[in-house]
Design a protein around this ligand. Structure first.
Ligand code: UD1
Length: 350
């Protein structure tokens, strides 16, 4: 049995397609939810919408400092894995969250192989908690799946000798699998209200300092176009204390299907999320990334994605720069989860 560990919103989306591929390949899987994301809008709604029904436990380790959150997850995961020690062939983690590092540390100390989906990504910025998490998880993993050749090459440079396979991106599998279905459902109301830019900003580097957040809001105000911003719960209280310009419409977090519909309808994406940069690309929408660097360098190379420093550049100047290359497929062909399931069966059996 493969024990998968998830905890944050994007991991539910990735798990939805990988779990289906495991089921098709006859691989038994159980999922543990760390509870890192716990609001219904960030967690339960995603599990229901994506029909994820093999979650065996929720450890309820939401909020808290990084150390507190990670330590509580590790204690809960250790109990669950030890109870199942005879049947767990490997522990699978996604991406770079605190849930991922907690699971990788516990499994490797119990000498249970670790599988890492979305391996080899680097921002080279150790001030990001995700960068620390992904470096540690990669170096503890026994089977690593990369979204592009960049990841495979990076892991080789770092001396990772465990099997490293380029499979494509599981979020593209989800995007391809669910977008047609999403288009058949009732659309969020704001889509009818005219053209809009879709905004998601939640990273600590953009939201912890009031000056930085103010600079972002001021830049949006100066731009003046209609912006729809589904607000992450980490930010909602802080936003209530700010003066929000009238062209910015703040809404509750979107479900995955609502997000797919919004991507289809929007003019442009402005984000600091990792996943949304790729989803914007697959939807053939331009993306402005509110960060100094990105792990998804391929989207920068063709100019469809651009980095933006809101404190020093007007956003209109960034938008005025057109993509430098024609759109072409990136990050695989939507079959990453099938390849992952085949490789997992090859390494660990059913
Ligand atoms: C986490 C990941 C980030 C990922 C993001 C996806 C880490 C270090 N970061 O960031 O890589 O892009 O998930 O959304 O793992 N909160 C709520 N309700 C919730 C969830 C969070 O109120 O359901 C608030 C709490 O105040 C919490 C804060 O948001 O302390 C931060 O949440 P946390 O899960 O620690 O990190 P994210 O910012 O969501």
């Amino acid at each position: 049995m493969i024990l998968s560990v998830v905890g944050a919103r994007p991991q539910f989306i990735k798990a939805a397609v990988v779990s289906r591929a495991f089921a098709t390949a006859g691989i038994r899987e159980e999922i543990v939810h760390t509870g890192q994301h716990y609001d219904d809008a960030m967690s339960g709604r995603f599990l229901r919408e994506l029909s994820i029904d093999n979650v065996i436990a929720n450890l309820q380790c939401g909020s808290g400092s990084h150390a507190t959150q990670t330590a509580q997850m590790m204690m809960g995961l250790e109990t669950i894995i030890v109870e199942r020690a005879k049947s767990v062939r490997a522990v699978l983690v996604y991406g770079d969250t605190n849930s991922s590092i907690a699971a990788a540390l516990v499994a490797s100390k119990l000498v249970i192989p670790v599988i890492h989906v979305e391996a080899g990504l680097r921002s080279f910025n150790r001030a990001m908690p995700e960068e620390v998490n992904r470096v540690v998880v990669d170096h503890l993993s026994d089977l690593l799946f990369c979204s592009s050749i960049h990841g495979v090459e990076q892991l080789a440079r770092e001396g990772v000798t465990k099997p490293t396979i380029e499979v494509g991106d599981v979020m593209l599998d989800a995007f391809s699998t669910f977008r047609r279905h999403a288009a058949t459902l009732s659309q969020p109301d704001f889509i009818e209200g005219g053209p809009f830019a879709l905004i998601t900003i939640h990273r600590p580097s953009n939201t912890e300092s009031p000056e930085r957040l103010r600079a972002i809001l001021n830049a949006m105000a100066a731009w003046g176009e209609r912006c729809i911003w589904p607000v992450h719960p980490r930010l909602s209280e802080r936003m209530r204390a700010m003066t929000v310009p009238p062209n910015l419409v703040l809404i509750e977090p979107l479900s995955y299907f609502e997000m797919l519909a919004s991507l289809k309808a929007c003019q442009l994406v402005i984000t600091d999320s990792g996943g949304l940069q790729k989803e914007a690309y697959w939807a053939q929408k331009r993306c402005i990334t509110v960060r100094d660097e990105t792990e998804w360098v391929e989207t920068l190379e063709c100019g469809w994605n651009q980095l933006w420093d809101p404190e020093h550049f007007p956003i209109a100047a960034v938008i005025a720069r057109e993509p430098t290359a024609e759109w072409q497929p990136l990050y695989g062909d939507g079959e990453a989860s099938r390849r992952i399931a085949e490789a997992v069966r090859g390494h660990f059996g059913e």
